[in-house]
Design a protein around this ligand. Structure first.
Ligand SMILES: NC(=O)c1ccc[n+]([C@@H]2O[C@H](COP(=O)([O-])OP(=O)(O)OC[C@H]3O[C@@H](n4cnc5c(N)ncnc54)[C@H](O)[C@@H]3O)[C@@H](O)[C@H]2O)c1
Length: 269
């Protein structure tokens, strides 16, 4: 399927690892020019690897999403390097690293950082990049939220609340931006074996007596068998495939939607 993304510019925030990195690679595989932004300094090496693997131009930008000035600086760098972006993906995220249920297993002080990175970071990124989309009257913005934001997941309450907030903000932004020919959607992954997902496992194991603790693979297999009808892990590449489709003209009439790539974890009409 021709997605028509060749030569277009895609910015992926949170691209040094996991899902964000795979999404940047998927854009590169389509011939897009990609900007990989992340707090991790390794993102510049990742950008160089993606450029050489796919034979496209890639730029690595070290920036923390909790710092609005840093995100504005990233947008300026993209303007200078490529004349602006056509596509923006917000894939930065983190959990509390602690197990919820009940929510008082966490302290109120566990909340602000999780809200700041997942939700406020998305807001910073939007304010930095969206004016360019409005000016050029085109663009797509994809937020990577989570099934946790749809189902009142007890796993990590501040994470679930932040993801629910992202979904709501995306719907609001989709309405605001529709008159400017800019589409906004949400991709909700299910279970993807990344450092973030390992953090969820670690958090849950902390709450269990030693004899009930299991390794990451066993924990993942048990949880997936219970909640994922397709009974398998989702992969970062699954997310990349959906992200490039949603960015493309093939999804020209899709906006304000939550698209789940979760093996059937959440089914909604
Ligand atoms: N892995 C899963 O099972 C799963 C499920 C549902 C949703 N998600 C979501 O997918 C997205 C990607 O997560 P992942 O699983 O690939 O995890 P990951 O830990 O591999 O990647 C997260 C990336 O975000 C970056 N990041 C964190 N804080 C940042 C900050 N302050 N500024 C800039 N960058 C920052 C990290 O450096 C990292 O590169 C997250 O939003 C996550 O909530 C993941």
């Amino acid at each position: 399927m021709d997605l028509g993304l060749q030569g277009q510019v895609a910015v992926v925030v949170g691209a040094a690892s996991g899902i964000g990195r795979a999404i940047a690679s998927a854009f590169a595989a389509e011939g897009a020019r990609v900007v990989l932004a992340d707090r991790a300094a390794t993102v510049t090496e990742t950008a160089a690897e993606v450029a050489s693997l796919y034979g496209i131009q890639a730029l690595g930008v070290v920036a923390d999403v909790t710092d609005f000035a840093a995100m504005q600086g990233a947008a300026t760098m993209v303007d200078e390097a490529f004349g602006g972006a056509e596509h923006l993906v917000y894939a930065a995220g983190m959990g509390s690293g602690k197990g919820g249920f009940p929510f008082w297993n966490l302290q109120p002080s566990d909340w602000p950082r999780v809200l700041e990175v997942n939700l406020q970071g998305a807001v910073h990124t939007a304010h930095a990049f969206v004016p360019g989309f409005v000016e050029r009257q085109r663009g797509s913005w994809l937020l990577i939220a989570s099934v946790a934001g749809q189902i009142g997941s007890q796993t990590d309450p501040p994470y679930s609340a932040a993801k629910a907030g992202m979904i709501n903000f995306a719907q609001c932004a989709a309405k605001d931006l529709a008159p400017y020919n800019v589409r906004v959607n949400v991709l909700n992954p299910g279970m993807v074996a990344t450092p973030l997902n390992r953090g969820v496992w670690e958090g849950q194991m902390q709450n269990l007596p030693p004899e009930q603790r299991v390794d990451f693979e066993t924990w993942g297999a048990q949880k997936i068998a219970k909640v994922v009808p397709l009974n398998r892990w989702q992969t970062p590449e699954d997310m990349g495939d959906m992200a490039v489709f949603l960015a493309s003209h093939r999804a020209n009439n899709v906006t304000g939607q939550c698209v789940n790539v979760d093996g059937g974890f959440v089914m909604h009409s």
